[in-house]
Design a protein around this ligand. Structure first.
Ligand code: 4AD
Ligand code: MG
Length: 453
């Protein structure tokens, strides 16, 4: 039976045992009469040193063994004599599972640029850096589920295809089976359909029956902004809590971030160390701070006041009533406070229809969490649970009440205060790794004019 390199290095096998390992050759180093192979199977960042002795070395089996070749190896597990390695395998039997022609195999031992790796996303899972990202991504997804399960939230599945727009007009991908020009009533659903931008509205419906739910799935936005922080397809974690106000919402969000950071530091430390070394020296310190700091909580109005009074050349002037730009968000958390910041009570005019109006009549119970390296990581709010306020707001925005009859029904029947938020999963991974480009934390990123693989 095959054993993974991860299990092997973790000491699950005793020395002098016979093992079968399969993986891809990272490097081959020949010496007089023998050869060292560095083998990776993706199970951990650490590779396995494989020693090919004289007999096999002299046969022509090594002829096809180069960087990228897939191998099966049987041999003895022995303590390694070289440094940096605890174990090595002395090969008794070697089988080439798949060749990789060195003349055309695009991955070589040297470090490749992120741009280049993006162009070969079908192979980049074999690199140290992308392997680390993918293992971390998996670890963090589990951490999200663990977090909510420990708190007795139910994991619900909200629709991907939707007939409503959660966040406001103009950002949705249409779903249709019609040739262009045909009438909507002849379309598959008999009405306009789109890919969801957020599972929130449906999560609200479910929270108003189950009290505490979360959804964690893909969301889609046709924003034509080719930034380093936006993808057309990204994953969002969206909890929704009945009987909870904005403060409860902030508490939950802060706890979630800390929980995932803690898990990553403990369970994916080896992979994170790669980023600490090559991407952002000081990453571990920054993450420890995110774990232990108490996040600043300040109102949007206070945030604008701070931004107005600092001597800093923003590209966009901070003005009350305008949305915070990424440069403002990053200034607040990276320069001014040097820790995550929760900004709440934004002007109603720049936020979607469902947020609860505050007593001042001009701000809503919104909260965004801004973190170093990323800016906005989380966007959430207490929801408008009062039917009359909600209807008034929808009318002001020109939203068709009829189209949201089901949403309004929850305010007609047993409405309660409730709150929730959305955390951008890729942004979380950017925060955890110091990666500057969202394309480097997604296996197959979808961005404007980019739909390979
Ligand atoms: O702030 P947003 O738009 O909030 C919502 O969609 C709410 N309905 C969530 C809720 O209350 N349930 O998006 C939430 C988060 C952002 O803070 C950001 O981290 C991420 O989703 N996000 C994106 N991530 C990558 N690419 C994009 N185009 C993103 N747009 C938003
Ligand atoms: Mg937002």
């Amino acid at each position: 039976m095959r054993i993974t390199i991860r299990d092997l290095l973790a000491g699950k096998i005793t020395e002098n045992s016979e093992v079968t390992v399969m993986g891809w050759v990272r490097t081959r180093r020949d010496a007089k009469g023998f050869s060292f192979l560095e083998l990776s199977d993706g199970s951990s960042l650490t590779t396995l040193q494989v020693l090919v002795g004289e007999k096999l070395f002299r046969s022509d089996i090594l002829k096809n063994v180069h960087t990228g070749t897939a191998l099966q190896i049987k041999g003895l597990l022995l303590p390694s004599l070289g440094d940096g390695q605890k174990w090595e395998v002395r090969v008794r039997e070697l089988t080439v599972l798949g060749i990789a022609d060195p003349a055309t195999y695009p991955l070589q031992k040297k470090r490749h640029s992120d741009e280049f790796l993006r162009s070969i996303a079908h192979l980049r899972s074999r690199t140290n850096k992308f392997g680390a990202i993918l293992r971390l991504r998996s670890q963090c997804a589990w951490a999200v589920h663990d977090f909510f399960r420990e708190r007795h939230f139910f994991y619900v599945h909200t629709p991907i295809i939707t007939g409503s727009n959660c966040e406001g007009a103009g950002k949705m991908f249409k779903v249709t089976t019609l040739p262009t020009g045909d009438r909507v009533k002849d379309d598959f659903f008999g009405k306009e359909a789109a890919l969801t931008v957020s599972g929130q509205l449906e999560a609200e419906l479910l929270a108003l029956g189950l009290s505490q739910v979360y959804t964690f799935g893909p969301t889609f936005r046709a924003e034509n902004s080719n930034t380093l922080r936006h993808a057309a397809e990204f994953w969002m974690v969206e909890p929704e809590m009945a009987f909870a106000n904005l403060g409860d919402n902030m508490d939950l969000a802060e706890a979630l971030i800390k929980y995932v950071v803690n898990t990553a530091l403990n369970e994916a430390r080896e992979d994170l160390a790669l980023f600490n070394k090559f991407v952002e020296p000081g990453l571990f310190i920054r993450l420890e701070n995110i774990l232990t700091d108490i996040y600043v909580r300040l109102s949007y109005t206070e945030a604008i006041d701070i931004l107005k009074n600092v001597h800093y050349n923003f590209k966009f002037e901070p003005i009350w009533g305008m949305d915070l730009q990424t440069e403002h968000e990053r200034y607040l958390c990276e320069v001014h406070f040097k820790k995550p910041v929760i900004v709440y009570n934004y002007p109603a005019t720049i936020k979607p229809f469902y947020m609860r109006l505050q007593d001042d009549g001009r701000t809503v119970a919104a909260m965004d969490i801004l973190v170093p390296k990323v800016g906005e990581l989380i966007g959430g709010s207490q929801r408008e649970e009062r039917l009359d306020f909600l209807e008034k707001r929808m009318d002001e925005l020109g939203l068709d009440r009829q189209a949201y009859w089901w949403y309004l029904d929850t305010r007609r029947f047993g409405t309660v205060p409730h709150s929730g938020f959305g955390l951008g999963f890729e942004r979380l991974l950017m925060m955890l790794t110091g990666s500057a480009n969202i394309r480097d934390v997604i296996p197959f990123p979808r961005t404007p004019k980019n739909l390979d693989f």
